[in-house]
Design a binder for this molecule. Structure first.
Ligand SMILES: Cc1cc2nc3c(=O)[nH]c(=O)nc-3n(C[C@H](O)[C@H](O)[C@H](O)COP(=O)(O)OP(=O)(O)OC[C@H]3O[C@@H](n4cnc5c(N)ncnc54)[C@H](O)[C@@H]3O)c2cc1C
Length: 434
């Protein structure tokens, strides 16, 4: 492509969704990724859980809207018959009621207001669905070397709230490839093994990018969707100074363990978010259980200097998470051979993403996804396409933020909620839960 209208840096699920939505809207887009394959950044390591509960109303509305695209995936993409599509498994998501989440009062209020279905479950109902579960309470979460690790605090879990339409996508990298294939149907182009090393400017606005090969590609619009590499790209563009919200790569370990013998977790299990033991889990193929961390205060954050040089081996964090989950499932066997995922979040200051313009005209960012924006990729793509059209049409989004209608749920949101210049959102959980 000699002259794209817009360059999109990153072919993860959000970058690919932006390419799809912009190309549908008539832009000639060129997506660049330094990896050899589309979708093989942090998207490939994602747990790809599609849930609706968030601590903020805006977060809930966005996620509830986001669910519908996964439900209608084939229709949304409109790829030719026989295309190999990522699968959305609607397993439901149970969230345990704890003091830390305010017994989910706020979450239920947000869902009620949005007509998003949920059910309250007693402790008995939890055990009926998950017979391997114990209702002993262990909060606060502890490290393994704490003498009180693994000892109940004497209380019992009172139950939880179940969102029946939640689920997960079985192959997140494939979902990004699906989006990119759909974008190509509208003329989008992609170049892999293409590393951006410089953001070019001319007359006070962005004018393109320079690649590691030395090649320069010109475009009036450049979008930073570099995942955990976003801060480096923002630094190249010189747009960090007016941002109150920063982004940083944060290392994460995700555990895969076999389900206890006799229980088919893959088919009869569900997603569970459990702040009492600071773990979330979901079914994983081969009747495994995937266990992620809800970032309790006792765990030091593993911030990384960049998104390339970090430890890709499991550490004792793996064992800590497996043992924490075994508090809830005492019959869990923990194999000596560690399996799972090590990857990076692009964590923002308040764990809410940035979907915004920047101080450099023509340069936009969709970043800071903080381990919780996979689910929102399609609607984030739509919103970014609308935001870019709004700003390129001459509007001042900083002064008069775009008001954007979420097409499925027919709610209008203020896109300023995702501003790079917002005050830190104190309603956030300041964790992967958003
Ligand atoms: C372990 C883990 C679990 C998660 N679980 C969930 C979950 O259950 N639910 C949920 O909603 N979200 C989850 N997330 C978050 C979600 O996966 C991410 O928000 C999402 O995948 C980010 O997509 P992206 O397109 O922004 O970035 P990425 O997929 O990271 O893509 C960015 C791309 O940019 C490229 N790039 C970077 N720098 C350059 C450069 N200089 N030149 C060229 N290319 C460059 C990279 O190669 C990469 O391919 C999880 C994330 C992780 C890490």
């Amino acid at each position: 492509m000699s002259q794209p209208d817009a360059i999109i840096i990153g072919t993860g699920v959000i970058g690919a969704a932006i390419a799809f939505e912009m190309s549908k809207a008539g832009w000639k887009t060129l997506s660049l990724d330094r990896n050899a394959q589309v979708g093989h950044g942090s998207t490939a390591g994602s747990c790809a859980i599609i849930r609706m509960h968030y601590s903020t109303f805006d977060g809930t509305a966005f996620a509830w809207e986001g669910y519908h695209y996964w439900r209608d995936w084939a229709d949304y993409l409109d790829l030719p018959e026989g295309a190999n599509l990522a699968q959305f498994r609607e397993t439901g998501c149970l969230v345990m009621k704890t003091e830390a989440n305010g017994m989910l009062e706020k979450h239920m209020r947000n869902s009620s207001e949005l007509d998003c279905p949920f059910e309250e479950w007693s402790g008995d109902k939890v055990v009926e669905r998950l017979p391997v579960y114990s209702l002993d309470s262990f909060a606060p979460a502890r490290r393994m070397d704490d003498p009180e690790f693994g000892q109940s605090n004497g209380r019992k879990m009172s139950g939880g709230v179940y969102w029946p339409q939640a689920g997960y996508v079985t192959d997140p990298a494939l979902s990004a490839q699906n989006l990119m294939d759909a974008a190509k149907q509208h003329g989008a182009e992609v170049r892999t093994s293409a590393e951006v090393t410089e953001i070019l400017t001319e007359d006070g606005r962005v004018s393109g990018v320079k690649l590691a090969s030395g090649e320069e590609i010109r475009a009036r619009v450049v979008v930073n969707v570099a995942g955990p590499g976003s801060a480096i790209i923002n630094g190249m563009a010189g747009v960090l100074d007016d941002m109150t919200i920063k982004t940083r790569p944060l290392r994460q370990e995700v555990v895969h363990v076999p389900a206890p013998e006799g229980f088919d977790f893959e088919n009869d299990g569900t997603i569970v978010s459990d702040s009492d033991i600071a773990c979330y889990c979901r079914p994983e193929h081969g009747n495994h259980i995937l266990v992620g961390s809800e970032d309790p205060e006792c765990d030091p954050h593993q911030w990384c200097e960049d998104d390339v040089n970090y430890n890709r081996e499991f550490t004792n964090q793996w064992t800590t998470q497996a043992m924490r989950y075994a508090q809830r499932v005492p019959s869990l066997g923990i194999p000596s051979k560690t399996r799972g995922v090590v990857d990076l979040y692009d964590a923002s200051t308040d764990w809410i993403p940035i979907y915004d313009k920047s101080s450099l005209p023509g340069f936009y960012m969709a970043c800071g996804s903080s381990g919780n924006q996979y689910k929102n990729a399609p609607i984030a793509g739509k919103m970014m396409a609308a935001l870019i059209a709004y700003c390129e049409g001459g509007a001042d989004h900083d002064a008069e933020p775009l008001q954007f209608e979420l097409p499925y749920i027919k709610r209008t949101i203020d896109v300023g909620f995702y501003s790079r210049k917002r005050p830190i959102n104190e309603e956030s959980s300041f964790s992967v839960l958003g």
